[in-house]
Design a protein around this ligand. Structure first.
Ligand SMILES: [Zn+2]
Length: 216
């Protein structure tokens, strides 16, 4: 899943108004922010395999640290705990931890059975929505629209930048997702690992948005 993860970050703002959208985006994408780093370190692996599912040309054959069920639970507890120690806001810490775990649940819906319980030789999960292009588009954009709507009602801009920053993010993500769905496969796995770090830009973008918006 791609923009569906952002939908959860946007919607979670309503459940935890004191939490910055930057933290919520970081939480929703935490394991995908770590994944390119682990690829570079050689701790996890991916290969390009056009047709692996209808939607993705990637074969996620080795990523138990970031994408196993046990790993996802571990990252959720870790991120929630760190967030609590930094902010002392219990409600936000719980929401942030749940948002981290939501990543695995949304990936469970879209991936073919390549999400392990723990290691690569353990049980594999995945409902395979990515085998249907139409299904993927309906679910991803449906979630995204709902998340954006909830965020728009939970916050208001304090100046023009607050509106521009938010709408530019929403449009950029939607366009990028269409590019992912219909664009060519990436030229190589190193490219995926390097380009993946650009995802941190969205965390910064969330911070910029929140500087210029306030909870309603
Ligand atoms: Zn993922």
């Amino acid at each position: 899943m791609f923009i569906g993860h952002f939908a959860v970050a946007l919607a979670a703002k309503k459940a935890a108004p004191k939490t910055s959208l930057a933290a919520l985006i970081a939480a929703s994408q935490l394991v995908d922010l770590l994944w390119p780093l682990f690829l570079l370190l050689g701790w996890e692996h991916v290969r390009i395999d056009p047709g692996n599912t209808v939607v993705t040309p990637l074969d996620f054959y080795d990523y138990p640290i970031t994408h196993s069920l046990v790993g996802a639970l571990g990252w959720s507890v870790l991120f929630g705990t760190l967030y609590y120690y930094r902010t002392k806001i219990g409600r936000s810490a719980v929401v942030v931890a749940l948002v981290v775990f939501s990543h695995w649940l949304l990936d469970l819906l879209t991936h073919r059975p390549d999400l392990p319980l723990l290691g690569n030789d353990s049980m594999m999960f995945g409902f395979g929505l990515w085998n249907s292009l139409a299904g993927t588009i309906i679910v991803e954009f449906g979630l995204f629209a709902a998340g954006a709507y909830i965020y728009l009602t939970a916050t208001k801009s304090t100046n023009r930048t607050g509106t521009v920053a938010l709408w530019s993010l929403l449009i950029f993500l939607a366009v990028m997702h269409v590019g992912n769905l219909f664009g060519p496969p990436p030229p190589g796995t190193e490219m995926i690992a390097y380009a993946g770090h650009a995802m941190w830009l969205f965390v910064l973008w969330g911070w910029w948005i929140e500087k210029n918006r306030t909870s309603t």
